[in-house]
Design a protein around this ligand. Sequence first.
Ligand SMILES: [Zn+2]
Length: 172
Amino acid sequence: MMNGNEYYMHKALELAKRASDSDEVPVGAVVVNQEGTIIGNGHNQVEAKKVQTAHAEVAAIEQAAQTIGDWRLDGCSIYITLEPCRMCMGLIQLSRLSRVIYAVKSPRFGYQLDNMAISSVYKKDVYIEQGVCAGEAQHVLKQFFQQKREKKDECKKARSGCDREGIDRAAK
Ligand SMILES: [Zn+2]
């Protein structure tokens, strides 16, 4: 049986896969209200929208605010397949989300939630939990970057093939 956290993280993982299907780094996020209803979905669309702010969390939070007609998301939780970056963590705090649950750590771009004290500007602590469905989320990311590398290698091979043809032609 899946517990609540795993259920919502699976929804976020489905969104992450949607991102990788359109050649985006696979990150997905869902915002869940206190009743347990998903009120916002988002996946990474940085490449499609050609803007660095099009992170999964931003889309999910915007949709959640639209759904409830209020930017104050007190009591709501956000499930993310990857540790949020600084920008998204700032947005999470501004939106007054109560809980952040993420799957895998992002050593390069993550907020490093495990070793950084969250600023208490808003006099409210954000509950943070890490590692929910981490294996699956890691797998989705690994697969994506592996496919990217393979594509790159193919391009290289194709290019060197052309070069060789050029050299052959020149030799004749
Ligand atoms: Zn972000």
